[in-house]
Write a protein that binds this ligand. Structure first.
Ligand code: GLY
Length: 299
């Protein structure tokens, strides 16, 4: 997968296409890449049809929607994040405020909510009737186990016209997750990472596995070692498999040259791309299990 143009925006999943469109419009009209990332992700967070992000997101085992999100900027290597945030539909915007208004990176739970309210955010009931009914059905069927196949995080990485790199991530996490469980999407280096000299990456999938390998950081470091974004994503997945960690993970990356790539473990996922030529949806490259890999010590 390649593109040698910029600006360039890549996002996870089909709903990433709408996020990219919003980001592109902002980039073209007011050239504010930070707004572009935030508003793009807001569009997905506010869409009740997306049941794994923001409003309408999948609740935890107790029936509460708990959200994780983070934003990271290349030019000044800054970031903000929130974890386990309830009742606020746009956690990426709270993450941005954490970055801009505090000297912290990550605020959690009730204190993150208080911070959001102090900064003008309004409480919303995030549990839609549809999500509630699905949760009730699972609860009645006695499904108290976390559903690891229910994880469509929005991860977005953007290269602007100055060749600066930005990234954002937002999710309601895995369905029926243990209350208080925090996933990768709000962890800098796991759910997202940017190095303005090299490139950026974001992740979707089972957060524990992504965190155990510092997934997005690993992808960016692979690019630093000379790999293309595609090779860097594949090598990170291979690293996971080499440690016999085979839960589903998807990774996306782009570099300073406007090259991009995506890889996933065992099952593909859609990658939405937006560049001067317009929009495009491609499938991630699948990295299969260990016997097919021809692993070597470089990985
Ligand atoms: N990647 C989202 C999560 O594990 O919660």
């Amino acid at each position: 997968m390649k593109s040698l143009s910029f600006p360039l925006i890549i996002s996870t999943w089909d709903f990433g296409a709408e996020a990219n469109r919003v980001a592109w419009k902002i980039l073209m009209s007011r050239e504010n890449p930070l707004d572009a990332v935030e508003k793009a992700i807001n569009a997905v967070e506010k869409d009740p049809g997306v049941t794994s992000v923001g409003y309408g997101g999948i609740p935890n085992a107790d029936g509460f929607v708990e959200l994780d999100a983070a934003i990271m900027l290349g030019p000044n290597h800054k970031a903000g994040a929130v974890a386990g945030l309830k009742e606020i539909a746009t956690p990426i915007s709270v993450a941005r405020k954490v970055m801009e208004k505090t000297n912290s990176i990550l605020l959690v739970g009730d204190e993150a909510l208080k911070f959001a309210l102090r900064n003008g955010f309004k409480k919303t009931n995030l549990l839609t009737e549809k999500a509630k009914q699905e949760w009730l059905k699972r609860a009645e069927e006695g499904i108290i186990k976390r559903m690891d196949s229910s994880h469509d995080t929005i991860g977005l990485v953007l290269l602007d016209s100055k060749r600066d790199i930005y990234a954002g991530c937002s999710t309601s996490g895995l369905a029926m997750k243990t209350p208080g469980r925090v996933g990768d999407s709000c962890i800098i280096g796991a759910g997202l990472y940017v190095d303005n000299e090299i490139g950026g990456a974001a992740a979707t999938g089972v957060g524990e596995q992504i965190m155990m390998f510092c997934g997005s950081f690993l992808v960016v470091e692979n690019m630093r070692r000379g790999m293309s974004p595609q090779q860097a994503c594949e090598a990170a997945i291979k690293r996971m498999i080499s440690k016999r960690q085979k839960k589903w993970v998807g990774l996306i990356a782009l570099d300073k040259e406007g090259q991009y790539g995506a890889a996933s473990l065992g099952k593909e996922f859609p990658l939405a791309i937006y560049c001067k030529k317009g929009e495009l949806i491609q499938k991630s490259k699948i990295v299969h299990n260990l016997p097919n890999l021809g692993l070597n010590m470089e990985i």
